[in-house]
Design a protein around this ligand. Sequence first.
Ligand code: ZN
Length: 325
Amino acid sequence: MARPAKKPLSKKKPKVLAYDLGGTKVSVGVIDSSGKILASHREPVLISQGKKATLDQLARLGLEMIKQYPEIEVAGIASAGPLDPERGDLLDPTNFKGPDGPWGRTPITSILKKRLKIEVVLENDAASALLAESWQGLAKKFRNSMILTLGTGLGTAFICNGRLVRGGNSSHTEAGHMMIIQDDESALCGCGNYGCAEAYLSGKFFAHRARKRLKNDQIDAVQIAARARRGEKAALALFDEYSGHMATTLHNCYRIFGPEIVILTGSFAAAYDLFIPQTQEKLRYLMRRYLDLTGPLPEIQVSTLENQAGLLGGAYIALQKIGAL
Ligand SMILES: [Zn+2]
């Protein structure tokens, strides 16, 4: 009997499973090594039902995708932190609290590895978004980049000379808790300190400051932005203050890491027209003595990946794990 012909080497692009796990929504998708999203699904995350319900949900969503794409060998999770990317553990994420209390240290990668029967890797969501930007988005052309995620919190990540910046013990950098004005009692941060960049720049804290200033408990960030676009002075003043704190934050980051591009993402980035031009002007002022010496200041741009950056970032770390990138 003739031996079966040797199976030709597959020309197919490797596919991976990716998760984008946040405090309110979870996305899961299948992405190939060219960055094409072949399938994706998004739903509210079951954190309010507890840790077990959430982990069951992640396993169920992953298994449904693996059923359609049985060739998948690895999954990457982009998650809200804090977390330990090297060990693959969540470290009691700030916004993960259910009826059974805070999550504590949760070995999410080993739990899902058992349930999905594939390798699982983990990365901070801001870091994942920046890796996605350098793979498929605005940071592609740059070796030095940074991202600010302007949502409930202020996520930050930096790529320096082509590599993601890590702290000691493989920790993720938390520049959102860099202090802008120490002991500013008007700016209590979620971390318990006063005057962190996050306490001025996250969408949640911007709205919080604005409500106090405008003496209006109901107004949200979208409504304040609409008022500013109509030219209302009090609303414009809030964005002017915001751009000052943004310029200080970017100045400090620029002095340390020298990014060539700053990418803004998260829901509050939609108000970019109300603060980017002023931020650029204030940053130029803060750098005035060195403008001719240090080269151009970083471009400040809003991400074009919309809400896919988390999934693409999860896919990126998974593809790296199997050596496909
Ligand atoms: Zn803080």
